[in-house]
Design a protein around this ligand. Structure first.
Ligand SMILES: Cc1ncc(COP(=O)(O)O)c(C=O)c1O
Length: 487
């Protein structure tokens, strides 16, 4: 372990916790497990000792009188080095915070950004916060599997040509299904127009740490990368990172990010979350080859066993065939359960009920599982459980065709703050939506605040909601009988 990379923040936190402090500040439990037994039962009394206030000298701040960077600064510096960034910020409100920061920073460059339509809701909220106008580029859709992928460089280029005032291109890769878009090509298109490429790499925080993993967005030249380290990167839930590349837009973006971080970061970020980021980085550096290699090997074996047994059609070739997809995350497994006689949403429920297997998500056609970097899977148990699923009489499975995008009648932010009313679905046609609604599958927002509701959009939302597997995110009621519109 002598060559082990350091974890300066976590080490400083442990040193601090070992001190015989009389704590007269926040947090109010003041590391007194005997007087807060219920809280201490959560994860042992040690948790209280490391839950220290922000701005603790020798942890978040330098030691008194020291000119050295503080352990927190050192930890963020080591993360920047590990991911290949000029600068990395630790986040305690998930990748959502990173998207809010990115939108606020971009707004200082101008009013418009070209954004993948299927960006996470935190990008839409970030745009509302910032007053950023969004113009959309559609992701490709697999109509049979009902899943959305990413965008092609060609489509991005066309949208940028139509919106020459755009100050950034903003995409999501990898997808929820682990499909990776061609970040090199997307970056070239954005840079050719003199604007930065922002990549929401929430699902790819582990990329680049093993030769069999896809290269990371930073390695492929993205300018600003939002990373949900807690997803597959191994840190605690809610902890994430924002990486600024050492590229042509770094000088421009850095002060804007610093300011935006101050706007949306809590003044009491959790030391436990910060330390988990420091340690997850250390773990992946320390165990990357062996640990991540073992995770990949487990999933490869699961895939090959499934293919050998032949009940389920391998969906990977179909995903790979999408025009935007250049690689698949090997730490994801998509199982087309429907091809083996069980709808995905039924498979998910039965795996939970009968085998205590929890998968990340399910659609009508498939389930999606993942193995975090360095975690392991009991492959035989999983594969046997899949083969224990009942073969059912499957109903119709219509391919998914998204309705045409709506016209925008009102600015996103203006719509967000306007008075609203609830109307029936039939009365909503032609009205301006106050909400963001996305039918799952495939989860691409069908309507955003400020856009005009059309009959095909409402029909699509309602028919998806009425199916046994579908649901509509953002809806007032599960059946989408009512919609919130601008009054
Ligand atoms: C693409 C994408 N970006 C951002 C987020 C938000 O991440 P977090 O939950 O860490 O805030 C998610 C969450 O699932 C996501 O899928």
């Amino acid at each position: 372990m002598t060559d082990a990379p350091p974890a300066p923040y976590a080490d400083a936190l442990h040193r601090n916790a070992a001190g015989a402090w009389t704590r007269l500040g926040v947090p109010g439990h003041q590391d007194q497990p005997e007087h807060h037994p219920c809280l201490a039962s959560l994860a042992g009394p040690e948790l209280l000792a490391v839950d220290i206030p922000m701005f603790t000298e020798g942890v978040d701040l330098p030691e008194p009188g020291s000119t050295e960077p503080s352990p927190l600064q050192q930890a963020m510096g080591l993360a920047a080095e590990a991911w290949g960034a000029r600068r990395t910020w630790f986040l305690t409100n998930g990748a959502s915070q990173g998207n809010h920061v990115a939108c606020l920073a971009l707004r200082s460059l101008g009013g418009t950004a070209v954004v993948q339509r299927s960006v996470h809701t935190s990008v839409i909220d970030g745009a509302i916060l910032a007053g950023l106008r969004l113009e959309f580029v559609l992701p490709s859709i697999d109509p049979a599997l009902g899943i959305a992928h990413g965008v092609t460089a060609q489509d991005l280029d066309a949208r940028l040509a139509a919106h020459p005032d755009a100050v950034a291109a903003y995409v999501v890769t990898p997808s929820y299904f682990g499909a990776c878009a061609d970040v090199d090509a997307l970056r070239e298109v954005a840079h050719a127009r003199g604007i930065p490429l922002v990549v929401d790499e929430a699902w790819g925080s582990h990329f680049g740490f093993h030769p069999e993993l896809p290269a990371s967005a930073l390695q492929r030249g993205a300018d600003l990368v939002i990373s949900s380290t807690h997803k597959l990167g191994g840190s605690l839930t809610q902890s994430a990172m924002l990486h600024l590349a050492d590229g042509p837009f770094a000088d421009l973006l850095e002060p804007l990010i610093v300011r935006a971080m101050t706007t949306v970061q809590t003044t009491s970020p959790s030391a436990v979350l910060f330390a988990s980021l420091d340690l997850a980085r250390r773990d992946i550096q320390l165990n990357g080859l062996a640990g991540v290699g073992a995770s990949i090997a487990d999933l490869e074996r699961a895939r090959s066993l499934l293919n050998e047994r032949g009940r389920f059609v391998d969906p990977d070739p179909s995903i790979h065939a999408a025009p935007d997809v250049i690689a698949l995350d090997p730490l994801r497994i998509v199982v087309d359960t429907r091809s083996g006689g069980t709808p995905g949403y039924v498979a998910r429920r039965m795996l939970e009920e009968h085998h205590q297997i929890h998968v990340e998500m399910a659609t009508d056609s498939c389930i999606v599982g993942l193995v975090g970097a360095g975690s392991r899977l009991d492959v035989d148990y999983f594969v046997d459980a899949l083969h224990a699923l009942p073969v059912m009489d499957l109903g119709e499975h219509p391919p998914i065709h998204l309705p045409p995008l709506a016209e925008r009648a009102m600015d996103l932010r203006e719509a967000y703050f306007s008075p609203t009313e609830s109307v029936s679905a039939s009365d909503a046609v032609g009205r301006i939506s106050a909400d963001s609604l996305a039918a799952y599958p495939p989860g691409v927002p069908n309507i955003l605040p400020g856009e005009v509701l059309t009959q095909p959009i409402i029909d699509f939302l309602r028919s998806t909601a009425a199916s046994p597997y579908g649901w509509v995110r953002g809806s007032l009621d599960p059946a989408v009988d009512h919609l919130r519109v601008i009054a």
